[in-house]
Ligand binder design. Structure first.
Ligand code: HEM
Ligand SMILES: CC(C)=CCC/C(C)=C/CC/C(C)=C/COP(=O)(O)OP(=O)(O)O
Length: 308
């Protein structure tokens, strides 16, 4: 393939900047949720190392999927199929970023943080990316990869609260199902064209896609409430500054309930589109709700952990 000159925007696009930054944000949440004694140098290394790994896997994922990306409308203009960046260049950039990110996490953060970053890289590139072409469970496999980054942040803090780390993992895991089912329904013709055997391609009416999304939205709403329950249990053990902590826990529970109810409403509309709305419209609305729900829910969780 002939390559036209790549600019900064093409290299940036190779790192899937929006997805990667939200993933790094989940790592930051994992870190603060573990109630660290803040260490600026360690925090900077955590940010830079995780961002490098996220950008690196994005480049390697595009290197692995250049053929199918070229055939789908949503992805055809990406830097490799668009003829801006050569496959070999993407390969070198991808590995260099992953190696640099892992080395930084290992040397300047903790072995645990490097371990979970490596687990994310392996799960995304060695399990999820190949599974997309052959397994009907690829989305659920991908959701494991996408749920690891909070554990990178959590593992950066010695003695962090393990129960909360797994709640974060659950939030991220279940969140991804409605997030992706909505996308997959919108772009199902694209996925059909490249023979990806995912649920949205096999389900002709969208009924099963929507039912699975709704079930996982209930689960994510419940997981969003779990930190209030954990905080309450910790509060009873600790005693002490009672009033303020209880008020913050109650405020968190109200916010989590409201966010969960809103997300569930969008998932219900995807399941049974209201009059005047198609399942396509409901899918886009559910996708945007997913993108808004996650940062809001995670911000509430950090506030709860830092103040209660
Ligand atoms: C099974 C796992 C996941 C799959 C298959 C998936 C797939 C996708 C796809 C295909 C899009 C593009 C939507 C469009 O163009 O209409 C998208 C958008 C997005 N995803 Fe995901 N995603 C997953 C997990 C995640 C995770 C873990 C995060 C971050 C925590 C995330 C953050 C985003 C964001 C911010 C967008 C909107 C910006 C953009 O289109 O780049 N996703 N996702
Ligand atoms: C620290 C670190 C390594 C962070 C990375 C986080 C991570 C692995 C997120 C992956 C989530 C996921 C499965 C996205 C879908 O990609 P896709 O390939 O299906 O998306 P596409 O169709 O747009 O290519």
């Amino acid at each position: 393939m002939r390559h036209t000159r790549a600019g900064f925007a093409d290299y940036l696009e190779l790192t899937k900047p929006r997805l990667s930054s939200l993933s790094v944000l989940t790592t930051v949440v994992g870190y603060f949720a573990a109630r660290p004694v803040f260490d600026g140098a360690l925090f900077f290394a955590l940010l830079a190392g995780t961002a490098a790994c996220a950008a690196g896997v994005a480049a390697l994922n595009q290197w692995m999927e250049a053929d199918t990306d070229a055939l789908m409308r949503r992805t055809a203009a990406r830097p490799i199929p668009g003829g801006k960046i050569a496959t070999g260049t993407a390969f070198v950039i991808g590995w260099a970023l992953c190696a640099a990110g892992l080395a930084l996490l290992f040397a300047r953060v903790t072995g645990g943080a490097a371990f979970f970053a490596l687990a994310t890289i392996v799960a995304y590139l060695a399990l999820y990316t190949p599974a997309k072409r052959r397994s009907r469970f690829s989305t659920e496999i991908g959701a494991v990869a996408g749920a690891f980054p909070p554990l990178i942040g959590w593992a950066a803090v010695p003695g962090g609260d393990a129960a909360l780390a797994w709640v974060l993992f659950a939030i991220l895991f279940f969140w991804q199902i409605p997030h992706f089912m909505a996308i997959a329904w919108t772009h199902r013709r694209d996925y059909e064209a490249v023979n990806f055997p995912m649920l949205a391609v096999r389900d002709t009416t969208g009924g099963r896609v929507a039912a699975w999304s709704l079930a996982c939205t209930f689960a994510v709403a419940a997981a969003g409430l779990a930190p209030a329950w954990l905080a309450l249990a910790g509060h009873e053990n600790a005693r002490g500054h009672a009033g303020t902590s209880l008020a913050i826990i109650a405020a968190y529970a109200i916010v989590a309930l409201a966010l969960g109810a809103w997300f569930t409403k969008r998932a219900l509309a995807f399941r049974r589109p209201p009059a005047g709305q198609t399942r396509e419209t409901a899918a886009r609305r559910l996708f945007f709700a997913s993108i808004a729900w996650l940062p809001l829910q995670l911000a509430a969780l950090v506030v709860l952990r830092l103040l209660a």
